[in-house]
Design a binder for this molecule. Structure first.
Ligand code: ADP
Length: 394
């Protein structure tokens, strides 16, 4: 079975095509909406890379180019199913589903909660229906993995009517990544997922931490929106909620402008004044107090969530670091886990420093809790879900 995985963002389309064994082609179409869209793809098995700048006014045109021009480069002639990343599935979906009109309506109803994502996922689904009409589309929701979070961890202590009226609760995001990390951890530790308790740290531009008990998510740091939890590239993470109206009044700004500050001008970027990129923050740290402060706040907020989840899970088997920062920055891992020997966490400095961009165990033998660095792969996970669902239906 050949499966195309699509992740349609606001101005981009990320794609990967899998056959039974491998990722045959993967790529990214960026800057959709104008004359200077960038088309990138690579054929990992053949060591081929391609980049071009073309005009792509809409997602629909992007998908047409993908199907007619890019996918044929892989040598694969037919696609059997398409798995779509969908950021928000609301309260309804705890598993991937085959897309039909009702599912599309549900994705549309979640647009107010994911205005930057869900409209583009729908555009991707519609375009595939148009260009590959006989092929099943599967929606894999970022929120699905977190449907098992108990109600006391999911409902905010606001007046209850807002939960009833507006469905304001914790949904969680990056679910597909946390799910993948759970499976990979079980594989590396040679244990069943039903037997392990773990804390997964997806630390990228957007970051989230999840507490997973015996194969089920019991809490996660992101909330009603992806702005909650730990500090991120440009997002605040958790802050005192009263700060927002306070700044709004003092600066005379609208809620929309406040939201831009919280989501786009804060985090590593807001504190350092330099960049949202952890590599730049680390480069500048020795000579720039604010870069050092950004690094320290980031690591502190991650540590705080890990410690909260250690308590909630009554100890864990493993802590996992993943995504751009988690997979690559041994300095972040070291800072986050320093002075935690009394909790049974001891890093092996050599393994930590050499485990960059690859999977491995980085804790010392003396550490009661294993620490792992794992490269996340949401595309593989979406392809697996898609294949399973299509096979079940046939
Ligand atoms: P997203 O998918 O959320 O956009 P990624 O998972 O690609 O983000 O992670 C991006 C982050 O990873 C950036 O902050 C980048 O600086 C950081 N990163 C990548 N490589 C390294 C590295 N070697 N050291 C530290 N940070 C890194």
């Amino acid at each position: 079975m050949n499966i195309l995985v699509l992740n349609c963002g606001s101005s981009s389309i990320k794609f990967a095509l899998f056959n039974e064994e491998h990722k045959i082609i993967k790529g990214l179409i960026e800057r959709i909406g104008g004359n200077d869209a960038i088309v990138n793809y690579e054929l990992p098995q053949k060591n081929v890379k391609y980049k071009n700048v073309v005009s792509i006014p809409t997602h629909e045109v992007g998908i047409k180019i993908l199907i007619e021009e890019l996918l044929p480069q892989s040598g694969i002639k037919n696609v059997n199913a398409v798995g779509h990343r969908v950021v928000h599935g609301g309260d309804k979906y705890s598993l991937p589903v085959i897309v039909n009109d009702d599912v599309k309506k549900d994705i549309e109803e979640c647009i107010p909660m994911a205005p930057l994502h869900n409209p583009h996922h729908l555009a991707g689904i519609n375009a595939i229906e148009n260009f590959l009409p006989k092929i099943p589309n599967i929606a894999v929701f970022d929120t699905a993995f977190f449907q098992t979070i108990p109600i006391e961890a999911a409902i905010y202590p606001l007046p209850y009517k807002y939960y009833e009226k507006y469905k304001i609760k914790k949904y969680g995001f990056h679910g597909t990544s946390h799910y993948y990390l759970m499976l990979k951890t079980a594989e590396i530790l040679r244990k069943k997922v039903e037997k392990i308790k773990i804390i997964t740290c997806h630390l990228g531009n957007g970051s989230s931490i999840s507490a997973i008990k015996y194969g089920k998510s019991v809490d996660t740091s992101m909330g009603f929106t992806p702005a909650a939890g730990v500090m991120m590239g440009t997002r605040t993470g958790d802050i005192d909620p009263e700060i927002v109206p306070y700044i709004q009044i003092l600066e005379g700004i609208t809620p929309k402008e406040a939201s831009i500050i919280l989501n786009k001008q804060s985090g590593l970027f807001g504190i350092s004044g330099i960049s949202n990129d952890m590599r730049k923050i680390i480069d500048e740290m020795k000579k720039n107090f604010r870069a050092e402060l950004a690094f320290k706040i980031f690591c502190y907020t991650v540590k705080k969530y890990i410690c909260a989840y250690l308590g909630i899970l009554n100890g864990v088997d493993a802590i996992i670091f993943s995504a751009g920062i988690g997979e690559n920055s041994y300095l972040v891992r070291k800072e986050v886990l320093k002075d935690m020997d009394k909790l049974g966490i001891i890093l092996d400095n050599k393994s930590n420093e050499s485990c960059v961009g690859k999977d491995g165990i980085i804790s010392s033998r003396k550490s009661k809790i294993k620490v792992l660095s794992i490269r996340t792969d949401e595309e593989v996970m979406i392809a697996m879900f898609t294949k399973k669902l299509v096979q079940k239906e046939n």
